[in-house]
Write a protein that binds this ligand. Sequence first.
Ligand code: NFD
Length: 338
Amino acid sequence: MLFESLLPNFVGPLVLACLATPTCRGESLASVLKRVDDEDFAARVNGDRAAGPGTTLDIKEIVIGRCWDYQRVIGMKEGKPLSEVDCNGTAWPAFVNAFAYKSPCSTPEDAFSNFIKIMTVSLPVNGTLFWSGTKNLALMYSELSGGTMFSLELTFFGYTVNGLTWCGKHTGGIHGINYDSCPSFGDQSCQSPVSTVFWGSASMSFARQARGSISVLLDGSDPRGAFRNNSFFATMELPNLDTAMVDLVNIIVVHDLDGHIVDTCDNGTILILKDRIIQRGLQWKCKDDPKLAKLIQCTENPDNEKCNLTSGVNTLHGRSWNFIVLTLLASLWMIWTC
Ligand code: NFD
């Protein structure tokens, strides 16, 4: 028992299984452990264990391309950098030097501070949009807002790396980048994962810039609760709002179209969130399922019965109430006259 408890939890059973096989008996403990370690590494790379996918292929071209795209095409008036950033000579080196040739699990907290500083742009007052568990909806919300709502993914640094995976490798890899496998989010053995450090710093910096009223879009159908204590929103964004600059938090709670309701503005974890907001000296407003959210949900699920476009007329599975009432009256009349 003691022997097993000293080993990572996957090693014990493997060693015991190995000792039960004839080919394995006689092998020294050191070589068994080395082999188990190698096998575990291979399994992680093959995706059998908790390892996540490797660095996105062509990441350099994507980051540099998005960086120019932001500055030349998509960057909105308020979201443009004060002076031009050289994507190839400044932005990419600041990004890649934070993780290349380094272990992906021991990333210093300030690893990306230079990259984030270079890419910071000024954001509009009243325009910051946070989210938790509602990524796609939040991105569509900010895109449809015509430049008045900014989620992190629409800022310069967020846009440039959103949706990408990256991590380094101490030795080997290609230019110190691991394209085979990066730590997955749930890997408890990874102390300080590179992507968690990046998104933590990015979220903190984004929250510190917020001014005026801010909005947060939460998933009221999430069985874990709409406001979760360990989310980036709860740990990195809400506590880093500058209370001298922010006055109001607009809470938007969205439920899935199938009607699963876990939390609403008036109950569940939203009450905890309201408390936290008040403790920070801020005001709150809360709305369940605003029309814009439903419209966005319906564009993704147009066949859902709640998205029936004939909603001006009361319908039951596509038939109008008038038709149903007339049919009932006709049937009653026939029964009565027979
Ligand atoms: P979520 P949240 N490490 O839906 N944000 O409140 C890493 F690296 O639960 C934006 O936590 O909401 N990523 C992005 C993780 C990412 C981990 C993070 C983990 N341990 C934070 N666990 C982004 N654009 O990708 C989960 N994730 C990923 C900022 C997972 O892919 C935004 O400004 C999930 O899609 C937003 O206001 C995503 O993190 C707030 O933090 C969010 O997890 C959303 O983070």
